[in-house]
Design a protein around this ligand. Structure first.
Ligand code: SF4
Length: 263
């Protein structure tokens, strides 16, 4: 069955990922969102993250009756499917499918053992599409999980990460701003935001990071989104080369040859 967000994404739109891609490297934004260029490599972390995320979504929907055996069986199913449709899948040396299969199961042991059930689930995979002043297209996205705990509404977003997040990262994260902005516009209330980060380390761990946003954060986001749309419409897509940016870029060869194609 098609998810609601997939139907919403069929029409022209903005998303947090598009903003974030542009801010990291406008040229990568161009290859991905304008040129729709072929992906030269897909890191195993992409299908792995999607499969892990899909299992957490099942756990949130099905509740405490969902067992660790169910979770591992579904992870195997989702992970196999995601890797099969990934273009030019790449692994690091000494890693393969089975390495990540086992790592996913180890992470699920932690995730389900530490699953907090002391709240009411308001929604799982709630899609949104909202207007942002100054943007020509709607902003769309999906809340992984929304909970209500003693009157407090919290948007929860699941992440897999190679290491524990540093202090302060959640407070600076644009996704929390974008999603809180969308939530307030949809529901008229200011939510809390929580990242549930699961590390892909040999001994997986689960860390929660709560963060809040203010009206000033929202004003700055509207300003930033307008600047990004203007920059995109200007057609100037500069490369932002750095070890961190380019190491896992799916368009490395295309980027290196860009000046020759333009000549
Ligand atoms: S290789 Fe680096 S500079 Fe080029 S598109 Fe990718 S991230 Fe940007």
């Amino acid at each position: 069955m098609e998810r609601e967000i997939e139907t919403i994404r069929e029409k022209p739109h903005w998303s947090y990922s598009a903003f974030n891609t542009f801010l990291a490297c406008p040229m990568r934004y161009y290859f991905r969102y304008i040129e729709h260029a072929e992906v030269e490599r897909t890191s195993i972390s992409i299908p792995f993250g999607r499969a892990f995320h899909a299992v957490l979504s099942e756990r949130a929907m099905k509740g405490a009756d969902y067992t660790i055996e169910d979770a591992k069986e579904e992870f195997d199913f989702f992970f196999r499917g995601e890797t099969e449709v990934s273009e030019n899948l790449t692994y690091k040396p000494d890693e393969d499918y089975w390495f990540w299969e086992q790592r996913g199961c180890d992470m699920l042991d932690v995730a389900l053992a530490e699953w907090p059930d002391d709240y009411t689930v308001k929604s799982v995979a709630e899609a949104f599409s909202i207007d942002v002043p100054g943007l020509s297209k709607p902003l769309v996205g999906e809340f992984d999980l929304v909970t209500v705990d003693g009157g407090d509404e919290t948007i929860c977003d699941w992440k897999t990460a190679s290491m524990k997040w540093p202090n302060g990262k959640a407070d600076r994260d644009l996704q929390a701003t974008v999603f809180c902005y969308a939530y307030r516009q949809l529901h008229g209330r200011m939510p809390m935001f929580r990242f549930d980060v699961f590390t892909k380390t040999k001994n997986p761990a689960h860390h929660q990071f709560y963060t809040l946003r203010t009206n000033d954060d929202f004003d700055r986001f509207v300003y930033l989104a307008g600047k990004i749309e203007k920059a995109v419409n200007s057609g100037i897509f500069l490369p932002v080369e750095s070890c961190m940016n380019c190491a896992e870029c799916a368009y490395g060869s295309r980027c290196k040859a860009a000046h020759r194609r333009a000549a």
